[in-house]
Design a protein around this ligand. Structure first.
Ligand code: ZN
Length: 85
């Protein structure tokens, strides 16, 4: 079976449950998933590494802890994030 590599929208996320029932663990937020799980994961904000790289450009940055985020609410501490220029 081919797997699809995706990055979690929150790099601090260490565990993901796929729609297929598989559970994935990662130490760095990068997952090799069943294609169906990868597709579902992308719908909630995951992205492919070759598109985004290690950069958070276009995302947000937490004003409280400095964590890079794709959302306006920090995935690490829940603080408010502002747009990165
Ligand atoms: Zn934060």
């Amino acid at each position: 079976m081919d797997t699809v590599r995706v990055c979690a929208p929150d790099g601090a996320q260490r565990e993901v449950d796929g729609v297929t029932g598989a559970r994935y663990r990662s130490s760095d937020g990068v997952y090799d998933m069943h294609p169906a799980d990868a597709a579902a994961f992308r719908k909630i904000g995951a992205f492919t590494p070759n598109l985004a790289g290690a950069s958070t450009r276009g995302g947000y940055r937490c004003g409280r802890c400095g964590f890079g985020s794709w959302f306006v609410t920090c995935g690490r501490c829940g603080g408010p994030c502002s747009k990165e220029s």
